[in-house]
Write a protein that binds this ligand. Structure first.
Ligand code: DGY
Length: 333
């Protein structure tokens, strides 16, 4: 009988996925709550046919070179910026991800952050807990209206569109900027396509939904903050480095913009003494936008499906580099 394929899973994921992988594979699972060190992943990958990894793991060419049997990398996330995709493709290693199933959870969180920032939710909770709530105050913690405000969506992919749908329910005017115009989205829920400068100048809330690539690195920095309204709120549930964080801190301190609500930062986690964690006009959550029970379970199933397909030599159902399969044929010839 053939030995089952060996896979390394870099963190405990929901059982919905692990229970699919375990019967079919020889599974080594990192037991820690924090990511395994890079060297540990390399060591485990030496004998592995498949890797089920997280966005917190650096998966680079050197790691792939140390793993001659590696056929599939299954990422438990939709973003794959931690993986050297070109290196995987050259080596015939297919890479899977988990789109769609986290779209609504992430859009919900983007909206929750928007609302929390607009209406001083976190400051209000702190105020009440600190015993400062002595009376009903006509001028206490005055925030901004969400209904009727203008929302600027940078990146109208799956998650950006889901945010636009939610904004419609709040009677917001929605602008978007994307490298591709989406006539279907415009027809269905009415966002208007615009250039980034106009979006920044006209929006009360700017929410980011682009993948991290060399083109989107520091897409929003000092120059962009200067274009925004002094009351504008920046919401980021994409990737931290899309924003120049030093410029953001400066803009929040100087009042160049009104606030920021971030589920992603650069680096992650933020050091406990980072200014963003102390500024009253900043809200930071620990990269939990997809963290609903249902989304995380479905991500686990999708990651397991991708892994098992890749191990069988098939294209994972959600594959970000299908051309790798052709290179595999050449590699194995
Ligand atoms: C992703 O999937 O890329 C999110 O950042 C985490 O779910």
């Amino acid at each position: 009988m053939l030995n089952p394929p060996r896979v390394y899973v870099t963190r405990r994921i929901p059982d919905a996925g692990l229970n699919m992988v375990r019967p079919a594979c020889d599974v080594a699972l990192w037991p820690g709550d924090e990511p395994p060190p890079y060297e540990t992943i390399i060591d485990e990958a030496r004998e592995a046919d498949g890797l089920l990894c997280l966005l917190t793991d650096r998966i680079d060419a050197a790691l792939m070179d140390a793993a001659p049997r590696l056929r599939v990398i299954s990422q438990y996330a939709v973003g794959v910026d931690n993986i050297d995709l070109a290196a995987a493709t050259r080596r015939g290693i297919v890479v899977g991800n988990t789109p769609d199933v986290l779209t609504d959870a992430t859009a919900d969180m983007a909206f929750a952050l928007l609302m929390a920032a607009a209406r001083w939710l976190v400051e209000g909770v702190k105020y009440a807990r600190a015993g400062r709530w002595r009376t009903w105050g006509p001028l206490t913690l005055l925030g901004q209206d969400i209904h009727g405000a203008t929302l600027g969506i940078v990146g109208l992919g799956r998650i950006g569109q889901a945010v636009a749908r939610r904004a419609r329910g709040f009677d917001m005017r929605v602008l978007y900027h994307d490298c591709q115009r989406s006539a279907a989205a415009e027809r269905e829920f009415g966002p208007s396509c615009t250039d980034l400068d106009t979006l920044l100048a006209e929006s009360d809330f700017v929410t980011l939904h682009v993948p991290l690539t060399p083109q989107t690195h520091h897409l929003i920095g000092a120059a962009q903050f200067r274009q925004m309204k002094p009351t504008a709120v920046l919401i980021n549930t994409s990737r931290g480095p899309v924003v120049d964080q030093e410029a953001l801190v400066a803009a929040l301190r100087a009042g160049t913009i009104g606030g920021a609500a971030l589920d992603v930062t650069d680096p992650e986690p933020l050091p406990a003494d980072h200014p963003l964690l102390a500024l009253p006009n900043a809200i930071v959550t620990p990269h939990i936008a997809s963290a609903s029970v249902s989304a995380r379970n479905q991500m686990a199933v999708r990651a397991a499906d991708n892994l098992l397909a890749g191990l069988r030599g098939e294209l994972p159902p959600f594959c970000v580099n299908p051309e790798a399969l052709e290179n595999r044929a050449t590699r194995d010839a």
